[in-house]
Design a protein. Structure first.
Length: 313
């Protein structure tokens, strides 16, 4: 029985034991779960960007200490040499060895020079000590950040598997009760790509060639067989030599703000508080990877209330 297959999804999936959910209710629950899965995927994509930045920061930090260490080694060698000479020759010995003969004026100049060298050496040693302390502090902070990000990825993976299981059960319920496991009224092929010049034309043409491929919200899906929403827009603009981050919110930050009235083919349209993005192809239509299991398709820009619009720089 359909009712026996009911289960909980984020506290709101439980159904009555006495009545099976309607097809409309099941469709709504599938849509809600699919949106949650998209949010999880986009969160994963953002964390991957953050992890890459943390790794780069660690690499740059390690490189930054090398010049200070080189100066410190030279300074330490000079200080150690002065100390060793002083021990062997007495307090006057090393000064006499360095200053040599000459008149009183020359002696004063040489003493000043010796003092300058000693001060410079000490500055280099002090600078290295400060740099090392800063390095250790920043390195510890970066390792803490990396550990937190790894824990977040693990939590995301657990939640993703839960939602995927929920969607699978919901679709099985719908198919058993109503004979259809897929959305009705889904657009087919997008048709031939319009003739658009320049970089935008390359991006739009690529999106058209991906129509009917599945939108599968795995992790970091950016083709060639499956895509998530930001993976599709990222790869579309890659065809024009433009680099976009693999995350809807990050793509919003990376593009220039425009109004709906200024939309041109190739612009990005953002939805659900930056949880989703599609590529505008003209005529009030977008092409997007909408949700898991549904094909990439061309559909109206008003399929959801747009959050904002972006133009690739």
């Amino acid at each position: 029985m359909v009712a026996a297959m009911a289960f909980a999804l984020t506290g709101s999936m439980a159904t009555s034991a006495h009545a099976a959910p309607s097809e409309t209710e099941l469709k709504k629950k599938i849509e809600t779960a699919s949106n949650q899965l998209e949010d999880i995927t986009e969160s994963y994509n953002k964390l991957k960007i953050d992890l890459a930045k943390t790794a780069t920061d660690q690499k740059n930090l390690a490189a930054s200490i090398a010049p200070a260490k080189a100066k410190q080694l030279v300074a330490s060698a000079q200080v150690n040499n002065i100390a060793a000479t002083s021990y062997k020759q007495g307090r006057i010995g090393p000064m006499a060895a360095m200053l040599g003969g000459g008149d009183q004026g020359s002696l004063v100049d040489r003493m000043a020079y010796l003092d300058l060298i000693q001060r410079s050496n000490q500055r280099d040693i002090d600078a290295y000590a400060d740099t090392t302390a800063t390095y250790n502090e920043r390195s510890a902070a970066l390792k803490t950040t990396q550990a937190k990000q790894a824990a977040q990825l693990k939590a995301i993976d657990t939640r993703k598997k839960k939602i995927e299981g929920d969607i699978k059960k919901l679709k099985a319920m719908r198919e058993q009760a109503y004979g259809s496991a897929s959305e009705t009224g889904v657009a087919g092929a997008a048709g031939p790509a319009p003739a658009i010049s320049g970089s935008a034309g390359k991006a739009v043409s690529y999106a058209y060639t991906q129509a009917n491929k599945p939108a599968y919200y795995g992790y970091g899906d950016s083709g060639p067989n499956t895509f998530d929403c930001s993976g599709l827009t990222m790869m579309a603009w890659a065809q024009a030599g433009k680099s976009l981050p693999h995350n809807a919110a990050a793509q919003y930050s990376a593009t220039a703000r425009i109004s709906k009235a200024d939309l041109q083919p190739g612009d990005l349209v953002f939805y659900r508080s930056l949880g989703h993005v599609g590529l505008y192809v003209g005529g009030g239509m977008i092409i997007d990877a909408s949700r898991q299991g549904e094909p990439i398709k061309k559909r109206t820009i008003n399929v959801m209330t747009p959050y904002g619009y972006g133009r690739v720089k």
